[in-house]
Design a protein around this ligand. Structure first.
Ligand code: HSE
Length: 301
């Protein structure tokens, strides 16, 4: 019987939570899987026109990862793939594809893997859990990856917390944005990072929206990546003067995420963000979203 798997986009890091903190954004990658005698991989829509329509597709490889972890062979199926997640923009498009694929493979096999195993497979494949954990569980997730496993706490988003994303019309690969980071950091930078990451996790857990702009300060990755994202430094410094509760580079960029209070009008923030783009010769979209709370959803029929 046909089933559908829908996995959301995500925004990782949120400033100092580098490789460990992320939230789920309601833009989706959807797989429609129909068991049949042969495997067919069918990417649909303009976003996926350059992705392979065969077993080298990343989604299919992700399905094989589920089979490998379960120690089983993947049964053949027709797999239709669609996405509304912009690619290479720091919104977790590869994590959504990976999570959707592993969940679909697991479903096709009769669900031999539980949720922590699915998280561990996907986090090890990505190398960090900050996109895959919110893509899988929804909400806001704090997660670590170590030799023993992937450990996480999922938080329901605080009341009245929404996100505004500026998605520029250019791509930035995660590998390029990781290559500019230093190999070593000073003790002062480490203390700054861990204290702010801890404060941010506590502020999100406790609904302390007033602390976000302080807690989201980061010197681990954003200052090094700023030259790759025109306007980022201005937004990090000034967005709170235009209605944002805090701002961060979304994942490895180039998307920039601002938090807003959903009880307030975001028109002023949008005008400011469009102005930053214009000043820097960029085009792009500015959109408001709630934080997705469902994570990856499987529907039968
Ligand atoms: N934490 C990762 C990074 C997210 O910032 O490089 C990218 O997927």
């Amino acid at each position: 019987m046909t089933f559908t798997v829908r996995a959301p986009a995500s925004s990782a890091n949120l400033g100092p939570g580098f490789d460990s903190l992320g939230l789920s954004v309601p833009l989706y990658t959807t797989l429609r899987v129909t068991p049949q005698d042969v495997t067919e991989v069918v990417p649909l829509g303009p976003e996926l026109e350059n992705t392979p329509a065969d077993e080298s597709n990343y989604v299919y490889k992700a399905m094989l990862l589920a089979a490998k972890r379960a120690g089983q062979d993947l049964p053949p199926a027709r797999i239709e793939i669609e996405t509304e997640v912009p690619l290479a923009r720091g919104l977790g498009s590869s994590a959504a594809a990976l999570v959707a694929g592993v969940v679909a493979g697991n479903e096709l096999l009769g669900r031999p893997l539980d949720d922590p195993a699915v998280l561990d497979v996907t986090a090890r494949e990505e190398g960090h859990p900050d996109n895959v954990a919110p893509a899988l569980f929804g909400g806001i997730v704090v997660a670590t990856l170590d030799k023993l496993g992937t450990h996480y706490v999922r938080l329901d988003p605080p009341a009245n917390l929404g996100v505004t994303v500026l998605v520029p019309d250019f791509e930035l690969s995660t590998s390029k944005a990781r290559a500019v980071l230093p190999r070593e950091y000073s003790r002062a930078d480490a203390v700054h990072a861990l204290s702010h990451a801890a404060l941010l996790a506590a502020a999100l857990a406790g609904g302390r929206l007033d602390l976000l702009k302080h807690a989201m300060q980061d010197y681990i990755h954003q200052i090094w990546r700023a030259p790759l994202v025109p306007g980022l430094s201005d937004i990090l410094d000034d967005a709170h003067k235009h209605g944002a509760l805090g701002a961060a580079l979304s994942g490895a960029g180039p998307t920039v995420l601002c938090f807003h209070d959903t009880r307030e009008d975001t028109a002023r923030l949008h005008t400011y963000l469009h102005g930053v783009m214009t000043k820097n010769g960029l085009t792009g979209r500015v959109m408001d979203f709630p934080i997705d709370t469902a994570g990856t959803v499987v529907t039968r029929g």
